[in-house]
Design a protein around this ligand. Structure first.
Ligand code: HEC
Ligand code: HEC
Length: 276
């Protein structure tokens, strides 16, 4: 992986950060971009940038702390709730991992028909089923119920390639997400691309910068001591550059989620991934 290192003058001044090149381990996995428009020459999961012990924790389902939420969600699947007194299982079938095959790898996207049609990520789709189909309360963003069910839906596609569609109806959101990705935000005046496109593979302080891919989300993070959503991670990155983050679950981050997912089209889903 040979690349010119760009020095991020603004950030280096404010944070004292310096960038050092580090090689990825031999035999790291990468996939070819699925689109000619991709700015990346190779698409690499965040997994490859983590140290061996972190990778091993992810690889072992018994060690991976994210799997606990999955188990809870699998139980929740058949619990009837709301005014309709229905469970997920009543409409989608008894085996959640079977029912949700082919779903998680395609989100975010436009779902449903007629009045219900909207652009949703998995979290929002689950809550849509709860409020509109079950007559139950929406689950809170980034709390265990919603995180767990989102992990379950994504996990049903573990190993499947990320495959989001960005043309047709989704094009406007895709363009919006793309613009955000290259916009400088915050006191450090940096864009996502500064770190995750121009400097992946380099170190920023103690962090080995990845391409900022989303194929492992919701992800267990040691720093969080728990599982968090894609939008929580976006929020954290925006805070790190001292920018006012957008709201989780809402349009700006949905657009960014679509765009970042597209950058990772072809990468295998790892949910629940483990990161530091
Ligand atoms: C100052 C550098 C910096 C900027 C700017 C930045 N990030 Fe990050 N980001 C990081 C670091 C450091 C990590 C943790 C190590 C890694 O995976 O790169 C990270 C991790 C991530 C991850 C998790 C990757 C994984 O495999 O778990 C995503 C997704 C992400 N960033 C998205 C974004 C988005 C979207 C933006 C723009 C809103 C952004 N980042 C801006 C530094 C940055
Ligand atoms: C009363 C029936 C009903 C219940 C209960 C229900 N759903 Fe749904 N769900 C639907 C319908 C109908 C669709 C739309 C299917 C379509 O678009 O073809 C849907 C779609 C979905 C999708 C998107 C599937 C796709 O292919 O994109 C997910 C994810 C989902 N539901 C999860 C859940 C979860 C999790 C629960 C329980 C918390 C739940 N649903 C409860 C009826 C229900």
């Amino acid at each position: 992986m040979k690349r010119v290192i760009s020095i991020l003058a603004g950030a280096a001044m404010l944070t004292g950060a310096s960038y050092a090149v580090a090689e990825l381990a031999d035999g790291y996995k990468a996939v070819e971009p699925t689109s000619e428009d991709s700015p990346l020459t190779e698409v690499i999961s965040g997994y490859e940038f983590r140290i061996k012990s972190t990778q091993e924790t992810q690889d072992d389902d018994f060690e991976n702390p994210g799997m606990l939420l999955l188990d809870q969600a699998a139980d929740q699947w058949s619990v009837a709730e709301g005014s309709a007194e229905k469970s997920c299982a009543d409409c989608h079938g008894d085996d959640p991992l079977e029912a949700m095959q082919g779903v998680g790898s395609t989100y975010p996207k436009f779902t449903e028909k007629g009045d219900h049609r909207a652009f949703r990520n998995i979290e929002n789709q689950i809550n849509h089923c709860r409020t509109e189909r079950m007559g139950a309360k929406a689950w809170k963003y980034d709390k265990p119920d919603l995180l767990g069910m989102t992990v379950l839906v994504r996990h049903a596609d573990r190993g499947e390639p990320v495959n989001v569609v960005v043309d047709g109806d989704a094009e406007a959101l895709f363009e919006r997400g793309k613009e955000m990705y290259y916009t400088r935000y915050g006191q450090l005046d940096m864009s996502c691309a500064h770190c995750h496109e121009d400097n992946y593979g380099n170190y920023i302080r103690a962090d080995h910068l990845s391409q900022g891919q989303t194929n492992g989300f919701p992800t267990y993070r040691m720093k969080w001591q728990g599982v968090g959503s894609t939008h929580r991670r976006f929020k954290g990155c925006m805070k790190n550059i001292r920018a006012e983050p957008f709201k989780v679950g809402e349009d700006d981050f949905l657009a960014l989620e679509l765009y970042t997912s597209w950058r990772g089209n072809g990468l295998p889903i790892e949910t629940p991934a483990v990161r530091n």
